[in-house]
Design a protein around this ligand. Structure first.
Ligand code: DGY
Length: 329
C-alpha cells in the first residue's frame, strides 16, 4: 500500500515527528523555524493526504482547493482554531482537529504567572535589578498590589478558565466571578464562584482574565467601553487570542492610567505590537508562550499526530472540531 503523504508546516517536538515516521508516513516538513507564506503552504500541501498546521498558518478555501481532493484531514497543533476556515472544510468534507485538554493546566499556570508578574511588578523589578539600580531594600520600593483574597473575573469558564478559577480560589483564596454563555453549577458550588453579567464582572473585578475562543462575536469584546467600566485599580490578563481586545483602546487606557495594568501573551496583530504598547511600564508582554512547556508541547504534538493518523484512515478522528457537520462515517 502506498504511504500517506503529509505536510507539516513547521517542526514540532521530535517525539511527534518520530511517531509520524514510525507510522509509515511520507512526510514533507518545513525544516526552517519560521512561518511559511501562503504560497509555500499551497506548494507544500499539493497532492497531500494530510496537513498538520499551526495557529500561525491561515488555512483558507484556496489552500484546501490547492491541496486537492486527496486531502483527508487538517490537524492543527493548537487548541484555538480561528485560523482555519471551518465552513470551507465542511464544504469539502475535510475533518479538522485540534489539541484540547493537554494544555489546560500549563496555560492556567501561565495566566496566574502573568497575573502575579503584573500585580507584583516582577518584570519591572527584574529589569531594575539587572540595570544595577537596586541600591538596597526600600519601604516604598516597587510597591505592587496584593493578589490574595482579591476578586478575579473570569471571562469564559471552559477548560482553561475553570483551571484558572481553581488556582485563584484554592491557591490564593480569591473571590471568583465568571461570565460565560453557560453556567457551571458544580464549579460554583465547589469554588464558591459567582456567575455574573459581563458588565458586573468588569465593574467589580480586581483582575480580569480572558479565556474565550476568538469568533466573530468575541472579536473586540474588550474595547474602549468595556475598559472604561473596569476599576482604575484593575488588571487585565489575556492568554486567549489578541483580537479579543481592542489593543489600540487598551494602549490608550494604560497610558492614561484608566486601569492599573495588563499582562498579555497574545496580540491583536501578532507578532506586531500596537504602537505605544511596549513603551508602557504597566504591562507585561510575553511571546504567546502560555502552553510552552516541554511536556505540554510534546503532548500537543502526539495528539495532533494521533488525530491525523485516524483521519488519514478516512474515519472521524478524535478531537474533530467539525464532526457535527462532517458526515463521512
Ligand atoms: C493554542 O493552542 O491555541 C494556544 O494559543 C497555543 O498553544
Amino acid at each position: 500500500m502506498s504511504k500517506f503523504k503529509v505536510f507539516l508546516t513547521r517542526r514540532i517536538p521530535q517525539p511527534a515527528i518520530d511517531k509520524l515516521l514510525e507510522s509509515n508516513i511520507d512526510l514533507e516538513l518545513n525544516e526552517e523555524d519560521r512561518v511559511l507564506t501562503k504560497e509555500e503552504i499551497i506548494k507544500g500541501v499539493k497532492g497531500k493526504d494530510g496537513l498538520i498546521c499551526l495557529l500561525t498558518d491561515t488555512i483558507d478555501s484556496e489552500i484546501m482547493d490547492h491541496a486537492g481532493p486527496k486531502l483527508k484531514i487538517i490537524a492543527i497543533y493548537a487548541v484555538g482554531y480561528n485560523n482555519i476556515d471551518i465552513p470551507a472544510a465542511n464544504a469539502r468534507n475535510i475533518p479538522v482537529t485540534n489539541t484540547p485538554g493537554v494544555l489546560t493546566e500549563t496555560t492556567a499556570d501561565f495566566a496566574m504567572a502573568l497575573l502575579l508578574a503584573i500585580a507584583r511588578k516582577i518584570v519591572v523589578s527584574d529589569k531594575f535589578t539587572r540595570d544595577g539600580k537596586f541600591k538596597g531594600w526600600g519601604p516604598l520600593l516597587q510597591l505592587g498590589t496584593d493578589v490574595f483574597e482579591k476578586t478575579i473575573g473570569i471571562i469564559g469558564c471552559g477548560r482553561i478558565g475553570s483551571a484558572v478559577a481553581q488556582r485563584a480560589a484554592k491557591g490564593f483564596q480569591m473571590k471568583v466571578r465568571y461570565f460565560d454563555t453557560k453556567r457551571f453549577p458544580e464549579l460554583e458550588e465547589e469554588l464558591g464562584m459567582e456567575y455574573c453579567s459581563l458588565k458586573e464582572l468588569l465593574r467589580n473585578s480586581d483582575f480580569i482574565s480572558l479565556h474565550i475562543p476568538l469568533t466573530d462575536t468575541t472579536k473586540h469584546l474588550i474595547g474602549q467601553k468595556e475598559i472604561a467600566m473596569m476599576k482604575s485599580t484593575a488588571f487585565l490578563i489575556n492568554t486567549s487570542r489578541g483580537l479579543i481586545i481592542d489593543e489600540k483602546a487598551l494602549v490608550k487606557a494604560l497610558a492614561e492610567k484608566q486601569i492599573a495594568g495588563a499582562a498579555l501573551d497574545v496580540y491583536e496583530h501578532e507578532p506586531d505590537l500596537t504602537p505605544g504598547l511596549k513603551e508602557l511600564d504597566n504591562v507585561v508582554l510575553a511571546a504567546h508562550i502560555a502552553s510552552a512547556s516541554i511536556e505540554t508541547r510534546t503532548k500537543m504534538g502526539m495528539i495532533a499526530v494521533e488525530n491525523l493518523l485516524v483521519g488519514l484512515e478516512g474515519k472521524i478522528p478524535p478531537n474533530c472540531i467539525n464532526s457535527v457537520i462532517y458526515k463521512k462515517n
